[in-house]
Write a protein that binds this ligand. Structure first.
Ligand code: SF4
Length: 394
């Protein structure tokens, strides 16, 4: 990517995050690692929830997606020290957090920039396809989730019952990680794996570094190792030069994979990114048409996948008391019909409309006492919308 990288750097000088401190280059990602360590030492980490916590493990990004400003705004990848993350996970467990999401622009790269250590001697260099990453004796995401899964309560249960991680990059999703996902009971059966396009030519223009074949091979491997895993993805329509055939290839990919959820966006140019050198030539009205068409396809698929949950019981981490008539978009999908709204319109005293997430990251609505917030409850699914489920506690 030498030529592209040079061009990108020249094109993004104004937004580059790398600064010089005492003669050494310091990226924004480096600063963030230090800032996190300082915040932990000073007891100054703010948390938006007492139930679920984000746990940053890596900052910055080494990828070269042409539409994305992150590599230039955040700088190169910087992993947090393994033991520091584990200590923070212990603190979260002791504080009663039920769910932790490991966070990074590309969590699958975690650890490759850390120093080798004898205790990780069993970690060998690994790349499944394409790029060689020097992993020799360094921790990776698989090591990290096994270590967090290994934190136990006095009775031997996982100290953090639910572990997730986001965002994954298809190119770095290793077999070691897939094996760890299958082996660790706390790792939820849900994976967000952005694909962005179903066209190889488009993926090349986007600088995504994988092909659709590679992407599908990874999903096949994950579905084999973790049966029933819910899959979600990101898609961009109307990127530079996208033909109707390329757009239709993305629709076909959605039909092939049958994601549980897709977050889709129409491309809009971001100043300072390499893609500004490509012609943003799909008319706005055409981008809208493609976005609406894709969302309609995914809505049908998502609805079909959710219907498969009818009559089944799923574990829900209740996290919200839904105020009467204060439905957000997702709530509208599940509770917006007259029938669904009626389900929560006349609740007895002491019973509220609650919502939470299943291990498969499905939004689930239920009725119950507000004291259930923060608890894991079993819910039998009685209604399935395209974006959410509704059920009763068992
Ligand atoms: S889209 Fe994600 S993987 Fe690609 S450069 Fe941006 S942050 Fe990195």
């Amino acid at each position: 990517m030498g030529a592209t990288a040079t061009t990108a750097t020249a094109a993004t000088t104004a937004t580059a995050a790398t600064t010089i401190v005492k003669g050494a280059a310091v990226s924004d990602a480096t600063r963030l690692v230090r800032a996190r360590a300082d915040a932990i030492a000073g007891g100054a980490v703010s948390r938006g929830s007492a139930i679920s916590a984000w746990l940053p493990i890596i900052y910055g990004c080494d990828k070269t997606c042409t539409y994305c400003i992150v590599p230039y705004s955040r700088g190169p990848e910087r992993s947090r020290p393994f033991d520091e993350i584990l200590d923070e996970a212990r603190v979260l467990a002791a504080a009663g957090y039920r769910e932790v999401t490991l966070l990074g622009q590309n969590v699958n790269s975690y650890g490759h920039d850390l120093a080798p250590e004898p205790r990780f001697a069993h970690v060998r260099t690994a790349r499944t396809v394409g790029r060689h990453q020097d992993r020799e004796a360094r921790p990776d995401l698989a090591e990290l989730i096994r270590a967090i899964d290994g934190l136990r309560t006095a009775d031997g249960a996982p100290a953090i019952p639910r572990l997730r991680f986001v965002t994954s990059h298809p190119w770095d999703l290793s077999d070691r990680l897939v094996e760890a996902m299958a082996a660790c009971g706390s790792v939820c059966e849900a994976l967000h794996l952005p694909v962005q396009s179903g066209s190889d030519a488009m993926l090349r223009r986007m600088g995504r570094q994988y092909t659709t074949d590679h992407y599908l091979e990874r999903l096949g491997r994950i579905r084999e190792a973790v049966p029933g895993i819910a899959l979600s993805s990101d898609v961009i329509v109307g990127f530079c030069g996208e033909t109707e055939a390329e757009y239709e290839a993305t629709l076909r990919l959605l039909e092939t994979v049958r994601f549980d959820q897709v977050f889709a966006a129409a491309y809009s140019e971001r100043p300072g990114t390499p893609a500004t050198r490509l012609a943003d030539d799909v008319p706005a009205a055409e981008k809208r048409r493609r976005l609406v068409g894709l969302l309609a396809v995914q809505e049908r698929i998502g609805h079909e996948r959710n219907r498969a949950w009818l009559g089944r019981t799923t574990e829900v981490l209740v996290d919200t008391v839904v105020p009467p008539r204060a439905y957000d978009h997702d709530d509208e999908e599940a509770a917006g019909t007259a029938e669904s709204r009626d389900a929560f319109a006349h609740l007895p005293a002491g019973i509220a409309h609650l919502a939470g997430r299943s291990r498969e990251n499905k939004l689930v609505h239920l009725a119950g006492p507000p004291a259930l917030v923060g608890r894991l409850v079993d819910v039998r699914v009685e209604h399935a919308g395209p974006y959410a489920l509704r059920g009763v506690t068992t």
